[in-house]
Design a protein around this ligand. Structure first.
Ligand code: 9WN
Length: 424
C-alpha cells in the first residue's frame, strides 16, 4: 500500500495471521472469540481465503468443515454449533433444528437458515492460489457446492433473485432494506429471551430490541414449521429479494461453472441457473435511486435504499455502468469506502452495524467486481481505503465510514483475511 513502509505492512501481515490462528478452534474458525463463538457460513469462506495466503491445507479444511454441516437437502446453515457456548444467543435449542425436514442424516447442530453463498467463489480463489494442492479437494467439494446451489435455486429463487427468509440470512442483519418487511411482523408471542451480544459490545453498535424481537419471532416461526422451506415460503410475512444473496449467488454460480469445466462435468444445469439469476438480478435495479436494492415480495415494494450490497452488481458479473455515479456520490460523502448505507440517506447511523458502517468483506467483493468491470480507479480507491482503514484503526468487525471508529468485535477473522488476501 502507498504511504506504508514494508515494515508496517509486515507487522500488519503478522498480526492478521495471528488473528486467524487465535480464532482457529481446530478445523474451523470463529469470527471472534466471545461475541461469535461458533462457525459462521460466509465468515468461514473468508477465513479460508485468508489461510490460503500462508497455509493452503488449513484453508481447504475450513471449507470442508463448513460443508460437514450441510443438510441432506443441500442447505449449508449459517451457524454450526460445534461446541456449545453460553455467550451467544440464540442457542441451538432455540433454533430447534434437530427434527428439521431438510436435515436428513446430518447430525452436526446448526441453525435453520443459510447465508450469502460466497463459498464457491472463495473455494475457487483458494484453488487458484495453489492448483496442484487443491485439485483433489476441489473435486471432492464440487458435488457439495452443486447441491448447495440447487437448494438455493429450488428454495430461495422463485423470482430469479434470491430471497431471504430472515434478516440473518442476508448477513446484513439490520440493513434498512428490510425495514418495511420487519414492520410487517407483529412479534406478539415471542418467548422471553436474554440477548448476549450487548454484553460483549456497545448496544449503540448493535440492532435494537424491536429488531431482536422480530429476529426471534422469525426463528420461532421457522421452528414451528420444522424449517420446511415450502411452508415458510407460503406463510411467512418476511420474504425479501436481497441483492447480497442474489449477487453472491450469481458470482458463485459462474465460478461453479468454471469448476464444472475443470472437473469435466456437464454444466447445462448451471448455465440455466446463471441465466435465471441474471434476470432476477436485473430486476433489482431501482430506477429512482439508480442503484440495486431489495424488494419485499409480500408487498412488491422496493426498499429505496442505497447500500453496499447494491454495489455487488459488478462482483455478480453484471456489466452495468448505471450505478457508477451513485457510487461516486456515496464515496464522496465518506472518509472510508464503502458505507453499508448512504450517509445522505434518512436511516444512516454511522455506528449501528449494517445501517452505515464499512465492512471489509463487502469492500473485497465491491473492489474486485469493479476491477473486473474495468473500473480501475474506483477499484483502487475501495482497496486503498480498506487498507488505510485497517492500518489506522485495526482489525475490527466494522468501522464508522466518517471517522474510522472501530466497532463491534475486535481481532476479527474476516477483516484479517481480507487484509492478507487483498488489501495489504
Ligand atoms: C447473526 C458473524 C456474523 C456475520 C453477519 C453479521 C453478524 C450474527 C449476529 O455476525 O450476524 O448471524 O449475531 O449478529 O451480521 O454478517 O456473518 O460474523
Amino acid at each position: 500500500m502507498k504511504d506504508m513502509s514494508d515494515r508496517d505492512i509486515a507487522a500488519l501481515d503478522a498480526e492478521a495471521r495471528r488473528i486467524l490462528q487465535l480464532n482457529d478452534k481446530g478445523g474451523y474458525t470463529v469470527p471472534t472469540a466471545g461475541l461469535y463463538p461458533y462457525q459462521w457460513n460466509w465468515d468461514s469462506a473468508f477465513a479460508a481465503l485468508g489461510f490460503a495466503t500462508f497455509d493452503i491445507d488449513r484453508a481447504w479444511r475450513e471449507i470442508e468443515t463448513l460443508f460437514s454441516g450441510q443438510w441432506d437437502n443441500g442447505m449449508v446453515p449459517h451457524i454450526l454449533f460445534h461446541v456449545m457456548d453460553e455467550g451467544y444467543f440464540p442457542s441451538y435449542d432455540t433454533w430447534g433444528t434437530a427434527d428439521a425436514v431438510g436435515r436428513g442424516a446430518c447430525t452436526l447442530p446448526s441453525s435453520g437458515i443459510s447465508q450469502p453463498p460466497v463459498a464457491a467463489s472463495l473455494a475457487w480463489e483458494v484453488y487458484r492460489a495453489n492448483p496442484a494442492a487443491g485439485d483433489g479437494r476441489l473435486r471432492a467439494l464440487y458435488p457439495k457446492l452443486l447441491a448447495y446451489h440447487r437448494w438455493i435455486m429450488d428454495a430461495r429463487a422463485e423470482t430469479g433473485a434470491v430471497v431471504i427468509t430472515h434478516p440473518w440470512e442476508a448477513g446484513r442483519d439490520n440493513a434498512p432494506d428490510w425495514d418495511e418487511a420487519m414492520a410487517g411482523i407483529d412479534p406478539a408471542g415471542v418467548q422471553p429471551y436474554t440477548r448476549r451480544d450487548t454484553g460483549h459490545v456497545d448496544a449503540r453498535m448493535r440492532p435494537t430490541k424491536d429488531d431482536y424481537d422480530r429476529y426471534i419471532w422469525l426463528v420461532q416461526f421457522g421452528r414451528d414449521r420444522k424449517w420446511d422451506d415450502s411452508q415458510i415460503a407460503a406463510e411467512s410475512p418476511f420474504r425479501v429479494a436481497d441483492p447480497t444473496m442474489t449477487f453472491t449467488a450469481l458470482r458463485s454460480t459462474r465460478d461453479l461453472a468454471l469448476m464444472a469445466d475443470l472437473v469435466g462435468e456437464d454444466r447445462t444445469e448451471i448455465d440455466g441457473w446463471i441465466a435465471r439469476l441474471e434476470e432476477g438480478a436485473r430486476g433489482l435495479w431501482n430506477p429512482e435511486t439508480r442503484s440495486y436494492d431489495a424488494i419485499n415480495l409480500r408487498t412488491g415494494n422496493r426498499a429505496g435504499s442505497v447500500s453496499n450490497a447494491g454495489f455487488l452488481a459488478w462482483w455478480g458479473g453484471l456489466r452495468d455502468e448505471r450505478a457508477l455515479p451513485v457510487l461516486r456520490d456515496v464515496l464522496d460523502r465518506s472518509t472510508y469506502a464503502v458505507p453499508s448505507y448512504d450517509p445522505a440517506g434518512p436511516q444512516f447511523d454511522s455506528l449501528r452495524y449494517w445501517r452505515g458502517p464499512v465492512w471489509a468483506v463487502m469492500n473485497f467483493m465491491v473492489g474486485n467486481g469493479l476491477a473486473e468491470a474495468g473500473q480501475a480507479e474506483l477499484a483502487a480507491r475501495v482497496r486503498g481505503d480498506t487498507a488505510r482503514m485497517i492500518a489506522d484503526h485495526g482489525f475490527a468487525e466494522y468501522f464508522d465510514p466518517l471517522d474510522g471508529t472501530p466497532a463491534g468485535g475486535g481481532t476479527f477473522t474476516w477483516t484479517a483475511a481480507v487484509w492478507l488476501a487483498w488489501a495489504s
